[in-house]
Design a protein around this ligand. Structure first.
Ligand code: CP
Ligand code: NVA
Length: 303
């Protein structure tokens, strides 16, 4: 594994190896066991979109591993004035040990990897959010004790979160159902991947998708960059909400996850959110541990 661009690129074993290392790093952190595996290493972090969790957890993660992180705003970088990604990649590769980038197009992330010579980590694109799903899988395994036979139901937009959840969950052996409005369903590339897995289904019917689910997952109706579509989307997504009705058809003891930020009374009711807050905030914490595992794997090599 040279980069983390999207989960489609990772083998099932590579995903499980990251999760195992993440568990180990979480244990080491909780027990004050020294784990400065990246002493002297520097991560550059390019953010073309806002972030709370990704930014803070990567920066703190590098610090805890003995390295350092540089926040690079496109407003300050020459990228913002049109310097090509292929030149930026070749220059930054000579200073840094790795780059984490959050941007719009998946192609930009793939180009950085193609032209640079250091590991590239996707910190969210319109297509994928692999770091989030590694933390999600870590949380599911921590709470449910494994993956076998579990069904995850995602309710909402068929974009980055749905795409990465489908790939990640199917690869670790879970079943996945997606409920999304017809006009916002998952793209062909992901459907092509999922078609070989009998445990995959996509529907417009929220209750059908949630039936017998062990994990219910949702995300905002309008993602970053889609703010101008928010009103229009509200009409299409009405009803695509995690609420008591949904929880009633899910399996008893089903957990609820949300990548955050959450919009209460839109994609999730405040009641369900608060009833499952301990799971949702454990999930947020696990961003730190899962990303530290990715950083160790990529910046240090096999531990
Ligand atoms: N879930 C997530 O990626 O959060 P941020 O946008 O705050 O980084
Ligand atoms: N779909 C959301 C995820 C945020 C973590 C977005 O892209 O804004």
């Amino acid at each position: 594994m040279k980069h983390l661009l999207k989960l489609l690129d990772l083998s099932d074993k590579e995903i499980l190896d990251i999760l195992n290392l993440a568990d180990q790093l979480k244990y080491e952190k909780k027990n004050n066991i020294d784990h400065q595996y990246l002493k002297g290493k520097t991560l550059g972090m390019i953010f073309q979109k806002s972030s709370t969790r990704t930014r803070v957890s990567f920066e703190v993660g590098m610090y805890q591993l003995g390295g350092s992180a540089l926040f690079l705003s496109p407003r300050d970088l020459q990228i913002g004035r049109g310097e090509p990604i292929e030149d930026t990649a070749r220059v930054l590769s000579r200073y840094l040990d790795g780059i984490m980038i959050r941007t719009f197009e998946q192609k930009e992330v793939e180009d950085l990897a193609q032209y640079g010579s250091i590991p590239i980590i996707n910190g969210l694109t319109d297509f994928a959010h692999p770091c989030q799903v590694l933390a999600d899988l870590m949380t599911i395994r921590e709470i449910k004790g494994g993956f076998k036979g579990l069904k995850l139901c995602f309710i909402g937009d068929g974009n980055n979160m749905a795409n990465s959840l489908i790939v990640g969950c199917l690869k670790v052996g879970m079943k996945v159902s997606i409920a999304c409005p017809e006009a916002y369903c998952v793209c062909d590339e992901i459907l092509e991947f999922a078609k070989d897995y009998p445990g995959f289904e996509m529907t417009t019917d929220v209750l059908k998708a949630a039936q017998g689910a062990d994990v219910i997952y949702t995300d905002v109706w309008a993602s970053m960059g889609q703010e101008s579509e928010a009103l229009e989307r509200m009409k299409h997504f009405k009803g695509y909400q995690v609420n008591d009705e949904v929880m009633a058809v899910a399996n008893k003891g089903a957990m609820v996850l949300h990548c955050l930020p959450a919009h209460r009374e839109e994609e999730i009711t405040a009641k369900v959110f608060e009833e499952h807050a301990s799971e949702i905030f454990e999930e947020a914490e696990n961003r730190l541990h899962a990303q530290k595992a990715v950083l160790v794997k990529l910046l240090k090599g096999e531990k």
